[in-house]
Design a protein around this ligand. Structure first.
Ligand SMILES: [Zn+2]
Length: 200
C-alpha cells in the first residue's frame, strides 16, 4: 500500500472545499448546525449507503467499497457469516448503529467512510481491499486521516468557533453537551474537537 501523507491542515482544507461546494457553503458560512452527511454522500458524491450486519459482535462499523467485490456479512436469520456482492461506490454501515439512540456514532462512521472515499481510493484500488472501520482502531495512518477528515467535515473549525461564544458561561461539560447537540455528534467527538482547538 502506498503511503500518502496528509497533515491536519491539508485535511481541513479538503473538508472546507467540500462544504464550500455543497449548497452554496451554507454549512460553512451559515448558522452553525448539523452537517447533513447522508445527503452529501448520496447526492453530492452519488454513493450508495447500505445498512447490513457487518459483524456479529459489531466490531466493524463501516466499510467503503472502491471496486465491485464480495463482502462478508453476518446473516442473523441463519446465524452464520455469508458473502454478498457489493458494487463500487457503496458505503456499508453496520445496522447496530441505527439502533443507537444518539445518531452521533452513525454520522461519524458515515463521515469516516466518505473520507476514505475522498482520499484513499488510490491506496485501496488494485489491492482487493476495502476500507473497513474497526471500532476503536485508529493506530494506522489511514485511519487517523479518515478520522481527522471526518471531524473536520462534521465540526468545521470556523463553525465551531462561531458557536462556541454562546457557551462561554457554561461549564466544560455544558459546553460539550451544547456543542455536541448543535452539530449532532457524540459528546466524545465534540470533547476531542474542543480540546484539539484548546477551547476547553
Ligand atoms: Zn477507516
Amino acid at each position: 500500500m502506498g503511503d500518502i501523507c496528509y497533515r491536519k491542515s491539508t485535511l481541513d482544507l479538503i473538508a472546507n472545499k467540500l462544504l464550500k461546494n455543497y449548497q452554496h457553503g451554507k454549512f460553512l458560512y451559515g448558522d452553525p448546525q448539523s452537517v447533513p452527511i447522508e445527503q452529501i454522500i448520496e447526492l453530492e458524491y452519488g454513493l450508495n449507503i447500505e445498512y447490513v450486519c457487518l459483524r456479529k459482535n459489531g466490531t466493524v462499523l463501516g466499510q467503503t467499497v472502491f471496486e465491485n467485490c464480495f463482502v462478508p456479512f453476518y446473516d442473523s436469520d441463519n446465524e452464520q457469516y455469508s458473502i454478498m456482492e457489493v458494487q463500487s461506490g457503496t458505503i456499508l454501515v453496520d445496522i447496530s448503529l441505527l439502533e443507537d439512540e444518539n445518531s452521533g456514532r452513525l454520522r461519524y462512521t458515515l463521515a469516516h467512510e466518505l473520507a476514505h472515499w475522498l482520499i484513499h481510493q488510490k491506496i485501496y484500488e488494485n489491492s482487493q481491499q476495502s476500507a473497513a472501520k474497526v471500532d476503536g482502531n485508529i493506530d494506522c495512518q489511514t485511519e487517523w486521516q479518515a478520522d481527522t477528515l471526518a471531524a473536520s467535515i462534521l465540526m468545521p473549525r470556523m463553525q465551531i468557533k462561531k458557536a462556541f461564544y454562546k457557551t462561554l458561561n457554561l461549564s466544560a461539560k455544558g459546553k460539550i453537551s451544547y456543542m455536541a447537540e448543535l452539530f449532532d455528534v457524540s459528546k466524545q467527538a465534540m470533547s476531542i474537537c474542543l480540546k484539539t482547538h484548546n477551547m476547553i
